[in-house]
Design a protein around this ligand. Structure first.
Ligand SMILES: [Zn+2]
Length: 408
């Protein structure tokens, strides 16, 4: 396979997680009878541009189908994050009723709703019908397409160029990253700004976050690779911030390279230098990650086996994509974890893909009073431990598997 950005042959393996079903392909009871489609989950590194990327296997329309079950509004911390972002952008870029904001992958519209409260004209682009319908029900205009340069050309021709384009947790999820990024250069006004949030590859490597790898997640981005991808697609990065979200993300600010009105902040070069020091632009940095995965897997299985031997009961919390990668790679099934609790009604009554563990309502925890609650979305641990604090009353403890098995 060739690099999705620079088309060099991909020669450096990063990690091979075996064959797994798509992480958001939750199963209904009827579907349990049929075998699931599994696809190789293998990540390679480009030795020319250092883009870390999954090998081609599943097409995007199979992954983001009408039953796609991820809704942004389920996390209170994410809603706070979004509110903070909107206030900052409105202030920093002086957005008002004469501006136009476009969000790519607008999901259920929780971010755009915040811009609307400032009376700023806006639209969202969201190909997944279930989430787009929720946004529309909130009165938000949604274009139900995958974003790329063709969509950008159409919108620009309709006079809908943007002052701000928002792309939170989407750039890593697109197969054709060049076409996607060049769409921003096409659709931004010459004074416009685009912001992108994505998990930082350095955190993934340093903290063994292999469970953030799944088929929907095509790219694992460093500043080093993003700077090169943006430059060659008509965007210039002028600022970067570090965020705590999703285990450590970057928020990158970019403008059209042909306008480049804003001066590049030193934070961009400092981060590039830091990555250079760590060795992000070298083969050795990526070696050894497979061993880190094996250590996490062993840690989790030891914990589950010991708990079983000691007659302790374990429940899992949070049937998110991350958890599905962890469960599938570790091979932990329903005999070790009898159920996963999730607040999303869309998931309750279904089964986790691959590991086939029933997804149940939170009331089950109160009924069964498990000894351990394994928190699968470790990035939300504080929020989840707060929600489930009542489990302490029966002596319940919380466990995390990544970066290493920890009892809290
Ligand atoms: Zn490349």
């Amino acid at each position: 396979m060739k690099c999705r950005h620079c088309h060099a042959e991909l020669l450096i393996p990063f990690v091979d997680l075996g064959k797994t079903p798509p992480s958001n392909a939750y199963l209904t009871k009827e579907k349990l009878a049929r075998p699931e489609k599994r696809f190789p989950l293998k990540v390679m590194v480009c030795h020319k541009c250092w883009l870390v990327q999954t090998e081609d296997c599943v097409s995007a329309d199979k992954l983001f189908d009408d039953e796609y079950a991820y809704f942004s509004s389920y996390s209170a911390i994410w809603l706070e994050h979004v509110a903070d972002y909107v206030e900052k952008m409105v202030g920093r870029f002086a957005l008002n009723e004469d501006s136009f904001v476009i969000e790519i992958a607008a999901n259920d519209g929780c971010l755009l709703e915040r811009f609307r409260s400032h009376a700023i004209p806006l639209m969202g682009i969201e190909p997944t019908r279930s989430t787009a319908d929720t946004a529309r029900a909130r009165g938000i205009e949604i274009l139900g397409r995958f974003f790329g340069n063709a969509v950008a050309i159409q919108l620009a021709a309709q006079g809908r160029s943007a002052d701000l384009m928002v792309a939170n947790n989407v750039v890593a999820h697109v197969p054709d990253i060049n076409d996607f990024v060049s769409g921003f250069a096409t659709l931004l006004k010459s004074s416009g700004v685009a912001t992108f949030e994505f998990p930082h590859l350095v955190r993934l490597v340093e903290e063994s976050q292999f469970d953030t790898i799944y088929h929907e997640h095509y790219s694992y981005l460093s500043m080093t690779s993003v700077d090169s991808i943006f430059e060659s697609n008509g965007l210039r990065i002028f600022d970067v911030e570090r965020l705590p979200t999703h285990g450590g993300s970057l928020r990158v600010f970019a403008q059209r390279a042909d306008s480049a009105l804003l001066r590049r902040s030193s934070s961009v070069d400092l981060l590039l230098e830091e990555e250079a020091r760590l060795g992000v632009g070298g083969k050795a940095y990526y070696a050894g990650f497979q061993r880190k995965v094996a250590r996490v897997r062993e840690g989790l299985l030891d914990f589950l086996e010991n708990a079983k031997q000691d007659g302790k009961r374990v429940a899992a919390y949070g049937a998110a994509a991350k958890g599905n990668t962890l469960l599938n790679v570790s091979g932990a099934g329903v005999e070790m974890i009898p159920y996963v609790v999730d607040r999303s009604r869309a998931k309750q009554g279904k089964f986790t893909p691959g590991s086939r563990i029933p997804i149940v309502e939170e009331s089950r925890l109160k009924e069964e009073k498990p000894d351990y609650i394994l928190i699968l979305p470790w990035n939300l641990r504080e929020e989840i431990m707060g929600q489930l604090d009542y489990a302490r009353a029966w002596g319940g403890k919380f466990a995390l598997a990544v970066p290493e098995l920890t009892i809290l």
